[in-house]
Design a protein around this ligand. Sequence first.
Ligand SMILES: NC(=O)c1ccc[n+]([C@@H]2O[C@H](COP(=O)([O-])OP(=O)(O)OC[C@H]3O[C@@H](n4cnc5c(N)ncnc54)[C@H](OP(=O)(O)O)[C@@H]3O)[C@@H](O)[C@H]2O)c1
Length: 193
Amino acid sequence: MLVVTGATGALGRAIVLQLLERHATGEIAVSVRDPEKARDLAELGIRVRRGDFAEPPTLAHAFEGASQLLLVSSNAASYGGDPIAQHRSAIDAARVAGVRRIVYTSHMAASSRSAFPPASERLGRPITRHVRSDDDLRAAMIGRGMPIRVIDVVLGLYRASRAAEFATVDPTLRHMLGRNPSSMRDLIAKTIG
Ligand SMILES: NC(=O)c1ccc[n+]([C@@H]2O[C@H](COP(=O)([O-])OP(=O)(O)OC[C@H]3O[C@@H](n4cnc5c(N)ncnc54)[C@H](OP(=O)(O)O)[C@@H]3O)[C@@H](O)[C@H]2O)c1
């Protein structure tokens, strides 16, 4: 059985729907924080069990019988949770449940040095670029009432972008797709001409 976490989120749900085209419903199960949000999946015959990375005991039940686990990283940092601890708990629970293969989505160009804590000429019109310092942005976001932990995530994203972390294309992607991946530049060109 293949268990998918985060199936009430954008990525997890899209993957479950893709899996349904290739596998019998009985081969797919989801582990979600709120089973009510996955009611439609249950109605399709998919096993829905509650699993919260922040409550490890729930994961034993949610991962029961899994041979493979798709672990969609949680957005815990944005609500004050510890994503690393959460994902460790999920991996530990998967091992105890006898999962043989764990696929983890992580984030682009993940590395221990990443600044991120857990696209012009094609438009045919001028684009003005204003550079604001991180301190300036931080002050503006605080002024708008954004929680500090969310600000840290957003500024980490900008720092990582400046360091070109997201420009990296991991060779694994080509292997998984069976073709060369499209670049963001190509995608934008195709979308807006
Ligand atoms: N979307 C992007 O552009 C992007 C970019 C880089 C990285 N990512 C990473 O990829 C992940 C998936 O993206 P997405 O767009 O699908 O995000 P999403 O729609 O926010 O989905 C996140 C999923 O994680 C689940 N989750 C949160 N905390 C959890 C916990 N403690 N235990 C179990 N599940 C938990 C959420 O459950 P609920 O439905 O109950 O909230 C939701 O199903 C994100 O969490 C983020 O780490 C996303």
